[in-house]
Write a protein that binds this ligand. Structure first.
Ligand SMILES: [Zn+2]
Length: 371
């Protein structure tokens, strides 16, 4: 990518929140003819528009060229193991319309039903333009291909199931991401913050953001802490087939196997002595396991998300374990996550992918030439 490619110019416009042509000529050093041709191509494809006139400096008033985010939307689908949230957001990740439903992720119809909801939500907008689709799944995702790998939670899904199902409906850029990692992106306050986000729902997932980028790892497994063995090899059997995994002690599923009911029931009964004792025990195991992550990554914040992570008791116990096991200078702020972080994160990932300079250059190259 050169700074003056179509995508490079768009990045420049987005970064500055709008520039005049003269400013772009000054910054890039490119010829006026090339600049005009490239801006025309970007405007034709709806990436930019000419906005308000700048203060006149004599002669014809210059207009500011702006990034065209008007009416642009993202479809974000957050598929959890027992809960799905489908949302249409603006490019900042703010939810415009959404719907939630209880699901069983192993049910093969879940994906199609979620995409149907998404299509219905999109149809409810007026004058909108879909920029991309983001799907969060409770499984590891291969960063290069967007395929689901090691699907302990969704064994019936073909690796390319998500990608293929979306492709049948929409041709816009697609991001498939692990839900805990998408949540980490949604919680991130920017490139200056190192962040660890833990999703504690039916399973346990973790996303790490450093320098504004989420870590994916060599095989897409960065942050997949749920199946670290934390107990003896004779410990409780985990769904992955091994024994003593963190998830076998501290996940929502492990709690429900002992207590019965649903995650919602646990939240409703969080102050019941039996439930509180089980949550305390689970959070203590989780907090101890996270000490290694905290020491390795040294985050500013450790954010506890998902259905159970934000419960005050869980936050308090995890914080206490971190304080007991990690040197004080490395203590992060330990706090509850915000609801909707996964949807926001998916939207941010989609925007980053759809407006990446290489993606814009490719879109321009693929567009039909004007007559
Ligand atoms: Zn396991």
């Amino acid at each position: 990518m050169s700074a003056t490619s179509h995508g490079g110019l768009l990045a420049l416009v987005r970064e500055h929140g709008g520039l005049s042509r003269q400013q772009m000529l000054d910054v890039t050093g490119m010829s006026r003819g090339t600049l005009v041709a490239r801006l025309d191509a970007l405007a034709r494809l709806g990436y930019i528009y000419e906005a308000e006139a700048l203060a006149p400096t004599g002669g014809r008033p210059a207009r500011r060229v702006r990034f065209d985010d008007r009416g642009r939307v993202v479809l974000a689908v957050d598929l959890g193991q027992t809960h799905a949230r489908v949302a249409v957001t603006d490019l900042a990740g703010r939810e415009l319309r959404g719907s939630a439903s209880d699901v069983q992720i192993a049910d093969p119809g879940v994906l199609a039903a979620a995409l149907d909801s998404g299509a219905a939500l999109l149809a409810g907008g007026r004058g909108e333009r879909l920029v991309g689709v983001g799907i969060g799944v409770p499984a590891a995702v291969d960063p290069a291909s967007g395929t689901v790998v090691h699907p302990t939670t969704i064994p019936g899904w073909a690796p390319g199931a998500v990608r293929d199902a979306v492709r049948e409906r929409w041709t816009v850029p697609l991001v498939v991401e692990n839900d805990a990692r998408a949540g980490a992106v949604g919680e991130s306050r920017g490139p200056d913050e190192t962040l660890v986000h833990v999703k504690l729902s039916m399973g346990i997932g973790c996303g790490i953001v450093v320098g504004g980028e989420v870590l994916r790892g060599a095989a897409g497994l960065a942050g997949d802490i749920g199946h670290v063995r934390v107990g003896p090899a004779t410990g409780p059997l985990c769904r992955c087939g091994r024994r003593g995994c963190l998830a076998a002690y501290a996940s929502g599923r492990a709690l429900l196997e002992r207590l019965g009911g649903s995650l919602g029931d646990l939240v409703a009964a969080q102050f019941d002595p039996t439930v509180a004792a089980a949550l305390t025990e689970a959070a203590d195991v989780l907090g101890t396991a996270l000490a290694t992550t905290v020491t390795t990554v040294n985050p500013h914040r450790l954010v506890l998300g998902g259905t159970l992570g934000p419960l005050p008791l869980v936050v308090e116990r995890v914080r206490r374990q971190i304080h007991e096991t990690v040197t004080e200078r490395a203590w992060p702020v330990v706090e509850a996550g915000t609801s909707g972080a996964t949807v926001t994160g998916l939207a941010r990932l989609v925007v980053a992918a759809a407006y990446a300079p290489e993606a814009v250059d490719a879109a321009v190259a693929a567009a039909p030439r004007p007559p």
